[in-house]
Design a protein around this ligand. Structure first.
Ligand code: DX5
Ligand code: ZN
Length: 218
């Protein structure tokens, strides 16, 4: 699946941005609180209105402190997938259950420096694992290929039947990097600047999907 990130779109025209990528699978929505990351974006009111303005499933990536308190609300207002950071959560399992109870898929995200091994045993409580391939906070950064062993590890657990999960990569995904991520075992690809920085965002989505499909190893 390709999930264009609206972080790289024009925030005054979010509905138009969604329309420009109508062939995408998910629309990735970066929620930042200026505490967990040094950047500030949008919160529930905008997500709610965006959900009303597009048919695309919303993939909310919460880069916020205290996700235990806030995550379920994003499910209730219509997000299709709600991902929060394990580094910020106090009780990741309870938070995942709250998201699922609200009607969304639950996602767990790990920053580049956060190992996956300690969390393998709770991943069955989740539908999505988001492996950050940049430090969270800003679009347009360089893809960190050194993070791909975590994607491979997660893919091995899925392949061996221990887990059922979407494996999502986020940060620096472009025509130059998507094949490496797909070959490592990712099956959801977030792309901000590579989509909304293109002359034709819709065509950029199709091109990324074609590349990922050809390189995929799931
Ligand atoms: C960064 C965000 C990403 C960002 C990706 O913290 O989580 O979703 O939009 O942007 P690009 O694709 O430009 O790296
Ligand atoms: Zn993101």
């Amino acid at each position: 699946m390709i999930a264009p990130s609206i972080l790289s779109a024009d925030f005054a025209y979010l509905a138009a941005a969604a329309d420009s990528v109508e062939g995408a699978d998910w629309l990735h929505v970066d929620v930042m609180d200026a505490h967990f990351v040094p950047n500030l974006t949008i919160g529930p009111p905008v997500v709610k209105n965006l959900h009303q303005a597009t048919d695309l499933p919303l993939d909310c990536h919460l880069m916020i402190d205290d996700p235990d308190r806030w995550a379920a609300e994003y499910a209730e207002i219509g997000a299709a997938n709600v991902t929060f950071h394990v580094e910020a959560a106090r009780d990741a399992v309870q938070t995942a259950r709250g998201i699922r109870a609200g009607g969304a898929l639950a996602g767990l995200s790990v920053k580049p420096g956060t190992p996956l091994e300690p969390y393998l045993e709770i991943l069955h409580e989740f539908d999505t694992l988001l492996v950050m391939t940049v430090e969270p906070g800003f679009g347009g950064q360089m893809f960190m290929a050194e993070v791909l062993p975590k994607v491979r590890l997660a893919r091995e657990h899925v392949r061996s039947g221990h887990l059922r999960l979407f494996i999502e990569v986020d940060g620096g995904v472009s025509a130059d990097t998507i094949e490496a991520a797909a070959a490592a075992g990712a099956d959801v690809f977030v792309a901000g600047s590579a989509v909304f920085g293109a002359d034709d965002p819709g065509r950029a989505v199709e091109a990324l999907r074609t590349q990922a499909r050809a390189a995929m190893n799931v």
